[in-house]
Design a protein around this ligand. Structure first.
Ligand SMILES: [Zn+2]
Length: 516
């Protein structure tokens, strides 16, 4: 997390020109392949969460009792809302789930959720570089909550693809270079890059504990985010959904049917019976249901509005016409362990059509009386079919010095990463008649006045506008090829994919033009 030293912040207040003195950003250790995951179409995800109900062991590789006590005090705040418990072992033996170092030279970072399992026993999974007596209590709490948010699987909120922060890039590069020694590439990776939608899958939340603070002068429009030291309502809602609390019964109970969910694994883009889909595989224990038929079901929701997906064709449907898949099973024993019991959901049965959808699903187990006895918490994923563009707007400037129009299309495009796409502008008289080309400069195949620009999206979901990854279509005034006089004109932009299929058409934009 970005972290301002108190004293230096004070100096910054005294000298208002210097708004950032020293910054200590949390380093994102999600691997590049994770960030780039899911190129192309289909489903991709980033599910790194622990099984709800997990006891996550925490060991300290080094540090003082005072530092250990701060961690023990603040990390468990997450457990008020998430069904996980942190068990503090003390000095690390190398086999704890989370292993903490307090190396003050290495800043702060944490491996994301289950990624911690890929670290060697001798290696830390979290570094807390700033737990010292220079911080206010509130700031210590903020750092610890932020890093344990990562440990539970949460990612940086400022890299949420929905954030659309208008960075003042030269300023941000300069500050990080000066105070962190980061090169441009590092700043790009840690600050400007955005995750695939699939990796956050929730509305942008500037109050999130997972958001870097942003000083005003880091943005072009004065947007800022203050230092967040507490869980936001959005953080709480998300973590509650990821780690729900289920009723547990003592193992001595031998009558009531109940179940304890363990590892969940989802295979995306698998084919079964000739259909492409996703396979949800669940491990669990079920008690006291020997010889009786039970059900494992998976329910699917739109993650943006929380509404269930609606079934239209009566297949893969719950009794209330929501999209759901299920599988019957009959335990053989009083207490039965199931491994990888699966439910397959063909993509066409999500019944969504073309587009880019942020979805979530959860597993539920039902007892022989069809009573739901346990749920696994939401798994978020993104489902995409076809290149998809959300609302295109045109930002136009009249460059009279350069005697040209400059048009910047603003839009979000999905599933076109690496494809060389085309934007074309067309001009018309107010009455709809196209402006005709005569000199074969700035013209379309049908002989009308037109100008084009190519663009190649860099992400699964790429935002184009006039500040970030934008491009400009230029149109020299003289290439409108008009006789002297005053005109009422209009134009529109059409975007094409790499095979020149039409993707989206803007509205008409109007302007008055005088040719002298
Ligand atoms: Zn972080």
């Amino acid at each position: 997390m970005l972290f301002f030293k108190r004293a230096l912040l004070l100096i910054a207040n005294l000298f208002s020109l210097v708004s950032v003195a020293q910054i200590q950003p949390c380093i994102d250790v999600t691997s590049a392949s994770r960030r780039e995951a899911g190129a192309g179409q289909g489903v991709y995800d980033f599910n790194n969460k622990w099984t709800p109900g997990s006891v996550i062991t925490v060991g300290f590789i080094d540090g003082t009792k005072w530092q250990w006590d701060k961690v023990k005090l603040y990390a468990p705040i997450w457990s008020k809302y998430a069904n996980v418990t942190f068990k503090f072992i003390g000095k690390s033996q190398g086999n704890e789930d989370v292993r903490i170092r307090f190396n003050s030279q290495k800043g702060s970072y944490s491996y994301i959720g289950l990624d911690a399992k890929n670290r060697l026993p001798s290696q830390e999974t979290m570094n807390l570089g700033w737990i010292d007596n220079k911080g206010t209590e509130q700031q210590l709490k903020g750092v610890i909550l932020h890093e344990f948010g990562h440990a539970l699987g949460l990612l940086h909120e400022h890299m949420n693809p929905m954030s659309n922060i208008k960075w003042n890039k030269p300023r941000v590069y300069a500050v990080y270079m000066q105070y962190e020694g980061w090169d441009r590439d590092m700043v790009d990776k840690q600050v400007f890059d955005r995750y695939s939608v699939s990796m956050t899958n929730k509305a942008y939340d500037p109050k999130s504990i997972m958001h870097y603070p942003i000083p005003k002068d880091f943005t072009l429009d004065g947007y800022s985010v203050s230092e967040n030291d507490d869980l936001s309502p959005g953080d709480i809602k998300l973590i509650e959904e990821l780690y729900p609390f289920n009723k547990t019964l003592p193992v001595t109970n031998t009558t009531i049917v109940w179940s304890k969910l363990q590892n969940l694994h989802i295979d995306y883009n698998v084919t079964e019976n000739g259909k492409l889909g996703m396979k949800v595989k669940q491990n669990f224990l079920i008690y006291n249901a020997q010889g009786k038929q039970c059900i494992m079901a998976v329910y699917f929701y739109n993650a943006e509005n929380g509404q269930p997906l609606l079934d239209k064709d009566g297949q893969y449907s719950s009794s209330d016409n929501h999209v759901a898949g299920y599988n019957y099973f009959t335990p053989n024993f009083q207490n039965t362990q199931f491994n990888d019991l699966s439910v397959f959901m063909p993509y066409d049965q999500l019944e969504l059509g073309a587009g880019n959808f942020r979805l979530k699903c959860y597993v539920a187990i039902f007892d022989p009386d069809l009573k739901q006895i346990v749920t696994g918490g939401y798994q978020y994923f993104t489902f995409s079919q076809g290149i998809n563009i959300k609302e295109i707007r045109l930002l136009t400037s009249f460059d009279d010095a350069g005697q040209q129009l400059k048009i910047t299309p603003a839009f979000t495009i999905s599933n076109a990463k690496g494809l060389r796409c085309l934007a074309a502008i067309y001009f018309y008289h107010d009455n709809g008649q196209p402006l005709r080309d005569h000199n074969s400069l700035y013209y379309s195949v049908d002989g009308n006045v037109s100008s084009t620009a190519y663009f190649t999206p860099g992400y699964d979901v790429t935002l184009y506008d006039n500040t970030q990854t934008g491009f400009i279509i230029t149109m020299p005034y003289k290439e409108l090829e008009l006789q002297n006089g005053a005109y009422k004109l209009k134009y529109k932009v059409i975007l094409f994919d790499d095979k020149l299929n039409r993707l989206v058409t803007s509205e008409y934009y109007y302007f008055n033009y005088t040719q002298r």
